[in-house]
Design a protein around this ligand. Structure first.
Ligand SMILES: [Zn+2]
Ligand SMILES: [Zn+2]
Length: 336
């Protein structure tokens, strides 16, 4: 019998463009499901993998961790998900359940975690396999490419947002892309005032933030008209940490939502003094996902996406790098 094949964009090493290849359909284990992919979002983390800022990826690798797809087959030990279910596959692909962090309900910090599109093959392909316990079963409502960015941009934005004191009113968002454009809608629904900071002169993103209800928009170097109670930095620029602290009120928190950041310049202790805090957000837990999709039942979020074919992944990545994508870039799969 002929081996069933699929198309995938393959990463072979730092500095090389992704290559479109015909590869065998992946085999699934007893705890895994085989998924026919509808769409896969392109996350900034994918760029950090391709650029070698996140080292030791699986090689060759199929990147992508914002997957929406339909279950084709399920392994013998899979429970809770069955053939034909619509599922989302996020960044967290596997945890050991045994290490210190797993036992403390901090599976996002698991010492033996595996990550989709990094240490496990991901979604820049027509099909993928995933451990069923880490997939989110989704209602049919999410059967579209626009749902893909919810799986990371939405989820990581939400986890970052949950680190903020619920009483915080003025919230800064540094870097207005895929994550911020989803999170601003949630924050505004909860009566927060959002201050959106973009790259210098990025009037397109500033107009977009204003359209979505930002109280104030400006370049990342601009001083907002009011002190902020909390800020989330989505951009990978370390120099934004002292800047965000400068804009922060006493007792406020700066959350770093990205997995990688350039070096943070030295700054005066005065910026941190008065119980200001800086913290990073690492990965996600399955509980974050359940809470996030639960929240979306009552808070309607619209995702702005630009769609590309699988074979256009390199082009989409180039556009994301230069900030030309409004909202989120998504690869939409062709199936015969
Ligand atoms: Zn663990
Ligand atoms: Zn991501």
């Amino acid at each position: 019998m002929q081996t069933p094949m699929m198309q995938a964009m393959i990463f072979e090493g730092v500095g090389k463009p992704l290559v479109l290849k015909q590869v065998p359909l992946p085999e699934f284990g007893v705890e895994q499901v085989l998924i026919k992919i509808i769409a896969c979002g392109i996350c900034r983390t994918d760029l950090h993998v391709l650029d070698g800022e996140l080292n030791k990826p699986k090689l060759p690798l199929i990147p992508g961790h914002e997957i929406i797809g339909r279950v084709m087959s399920a392994g013998k030990k899979v429970t809770g998900i069955k053939e034909n279910d619509l599922v989302g596959v996020p960044w967290l692909g596997y945890t050991c359940g045994k290490c210190k962090y797993c036992r403390q309900d901090k599976e996002n910090l698991c010492e033996n975690a595996k990550f989709t599109g990094y240490t496990l093959d991901g979604g820049y392909a027509q099909y993928t396999v995933a451990f069923s316990k880490y997939c989110f079963k989704l209602s049919e409502h999410y059967h579209n490419a626009g749902s893909a960015p919810l799986l990371c941009a939405g989820l990581i934005g939400f986890r970052s947002y949950r680190m903020i004191d619920p009483k915080a009113k003025n919230i800064g968002m540094y870097g207005f892309g895929a994550a911020a454009h989803i999170l601003i809608q949630i924050a505004i629904a909860q009566n927060k005032k959002v201050f959106a900071f973009t790259r210098e002169g990025d009037t397109q993103s500033q107009a977009f933030a204003r359209e979505l209800g930002a109280q104030w928009v400006g370049d990342s170097s601009a001083i907002p008209p009011e002190k902020l109670d909390a800020s989330i930095i989505f951009a990978a620029a370390g120099e934004l940490i002292p800047k965000a602290l400068q804009d922060l009120d006493k007792g406020g928190t700066v959350i770093c939502g990205g997995i990688h950041m350039s070096e943070i310049p030295a700054f005066s202790y005065d910026l941190l003094w008065q119980e200001r805090m800086v913290r990073s957000v690492a990965n996600l837990t399955r509980e974050d996902g359940l809470n996030f999709f639960d929240l979306l039942k009552s808070t309607k979020v619209h995702t702005q996406t630009e769609s590309f074919k699988l074979s256009q992944a390199n082009e989409a990545i180039a556009k994301l790098r230069t900030g030309e994508v409004k909202g989120a870039a998504v690869l939409v799969m062709d199936h015969i």
